[in-house]
Ligand binder design. Sequence first.
Ligand code: CAA
Length: 381
Amino acid sequence: MNFDFTEEQLMIQESARDFAQNEIAPTAVDRDIKAEFPTDIIKKMGELGFLGMMVSPDHGGAGMDTISYVLAMIEISKVDASVGVIMSVNNSLVCWGLEEYGSDFIKQKYLVPLAKGEKLGSFALSEPEAGSDATQQHTIADRDGEFFSLNGMKNWITNGTTADYHLVMATTDKTKGHKGISTFLVEKGTPGFGHGKKEDKLGIRSSDTCSLTFENCRVPKENIVWEEGKGFNFAMNTLNGGRIGIASQALGIAEASLEAALKYSKERKAFGKEIAVLQAIQFKLADMAMKLDAAKLLTFKAAALKDAHKKYFAEAAMAKLYASKIAVECALEAIQIHGGYGYVREYLVERYLRDAKITEIYEGTSEIQRIVIARSLLDAK
Ligand code: CAA
């Protein structure tokens, strides 16, 4: 077992850290308050290769491994988890699935600009009545000659108002249950396609979340990704990698919480000395560090399995489940260590808590991750 990163992986980590500190950090607080999308930052990230990290250079990507992606996601999310989720969705939920399952036509026309960051993508699975129970797709796609006509609604779509290309899961054959779901690539601006207002969220406020609507929205049949009836499997396979991305986002938040707690506890004095010398504080710091390390090990294990083309879905679920849980715990402890200062905007830890909570909800709630893990155990017996 080798715990060392390669030189290339360390270089990517460093360049992500530099970019995060210099380009993202200065505006993070302001964008959170104003719920403002980081348009310029995302454009620069595209130019630097952070939006198509794992896509091969043949398709416009940076050709990196999943470990490098995790390292970069941690650095970016540590500074701004809103930027982290935009990056994660484009990389894991959009680009990865298109490279794995898209036709040559789809790869050339859509994947290349997405991987280069010239275009942005979204992943539209959730619906008002299909969240955790994702097989219940009420969005319908009816065959109409060389086209499919989409009708329905999607909910909670990250990059919803900003994305140029949307991966939309819709039912093409109601009689076949989840085997009757297909994935369509829908271009923004297609007649019949619309979106709702940006959601006013608790956290990850500068990312863009909204509903999407489809009214007789005609999409050419060439825009089916993989093949008709494979849409649910596409979504599940893609989400496995997405969960590594969200685990990494959670790790970034947890690491930021620990660093803030360490810094504050060395600065703040109480009872005549720095609070860092108090056992009550030290126990908290020790627990945070241990949990963070355990969550990192789970996440890097899932990433390494994916890179080795081995089965990784249960490991990805474990990584996401645990990293999201400890991100919330670490943010809470960081607030506790800061006392009253932790509860106000002046210090960043209140945002860490608000940002951390969503990692237990999207890309499969913690309860869904437990289902995925338990089924893998039972199936193995
Ligand atoms: N990986 C690969 N395949 C999987 C899978 C996984 N983790 N989980 C299920 N599947 C496959 C099964 O193998 C089965 O395939 P076949 O029929 O080909 O054999 C198929 O999916 C159906 O599986 P089940 O019979 O187990 O289906 P179910 O309805 O009992 O449970 C579920 C499925 C695991 C609960 C699934 O519905 C699920 O993962 N729900 C959560 C959905 C989710 O994560 N939504 C996130 C929205 S996207 C988002 O948040 C993005 C964003 O913008 C940030």
